[in-house]
Design a protein around this ligand. Structure first.
Ligand code: MD6
Ligand code: FE
Length: 230
């Protein structure tokens, strides 16, 4: 459950917290609303970090176990990274393209992810993985569960930057009905507990231009996997 005091703080800086279900919180503009004066600065820093991180570990389109090419391009930072190829989905400590460890998770990322988790009622979140997704026009993410982590008690924290996207939010079974809402620049989404294994996805990204990111949407998802880091 979200902490009342945090909701009051959020109201003051005009960040709107929306409980989408008991264990899922959408923090509208969380990454923009730290204060009127600095609005946008945090988002600019995050986008600059994405550019720096992906010099070391470039975005790439990975293969699914079924042999399809994912339309979103992926990279990672942190002790582990999520990868997929013909062998399956897994976490590994090295970038399969370079053989090198994934870049370290920036302190800014860790701090913001921890703050968002705490705001949504998940104290003590300590992510070991940040999966970076880049969507260009037409890119999508089909309905999936995030279940490659060992520790399903920890929530997932997701940040959206750049172009808006339609988020698809299903139930615990693939065939359950799907709700749709828009994830906008600066939004943080936190979910866990009874919602942790909900199916979810992203509808094909409409084309557009964003002043900070250009023609793309970035999504960062932070996980605390409970897996050994190599
Ligand atoms: C995306 N997000 O927003 C894809 N998973 O581009 C996810 O797959 C996701 O936003 C788990 C929790 C939050 C998410
Ligand atoms: Fe996911």
């Amino acid at each position: 459950m979200i902490q009342q005091s945090f909701i009051e703080n959020l109201t003051q800086v005009e960040v709107r917290a929306e409980a989408l279900s008991p264990d899922t919180m959408l923090l509208h503009r969380f990454l923009l609303g730290q204060s009127e004066k600095s609005a946008g600065e945090t988002a600019e820093k995050i986008v600059a970090e994405i550019a720096r991180l992906t010099l070391a570990a470039p975005f790439r389109q990975m293969q699914t176990p079924g042999g399809r090419t994912m339309s979103a391009a992926l990279s990672n930072c942190g002790l582990l990274g999520w990868v997929t190829d013909r062998q399956g989905y897994r976490y590994q400590p090295t970038d399969p393209d370079s053989g090198r460890p994934w870049p370290a998770m920036p302190e800014l990322f860790r701090a913001l992810a921890q703050q968002a988790a705490a705001a949504a009622g998940y104290a003590g979140f300590n992510p070991d993985v940040c999966l970076l997704n880049r969507y260009q026009a037409g890119a999508r993410m089909s309905l999936h569960q995030d279940r490659d982590e060992k520790n399903l008690d920890a929530p997932i924290v997701s940040f959206s930057l750049g172009l808006p996207a339609l988020f698809l939010w299903g139930g615990l079974k693939r065939g359950d009905g799907v709700l749709r809402w828009t994830l906008e620049h600066g939004d943080a989404l936190v979910w866990g507990r009874s919602d942790r294994l909900r199916y979810h996805g992203i509808a094909p990204l409409p084309s557009g231009q964003h002043p900070l990111t250009g023609a793309v949407r970035y999504n960062l998802t932070f996980r605390q996997t409970g897996l050994p880091a190599g």
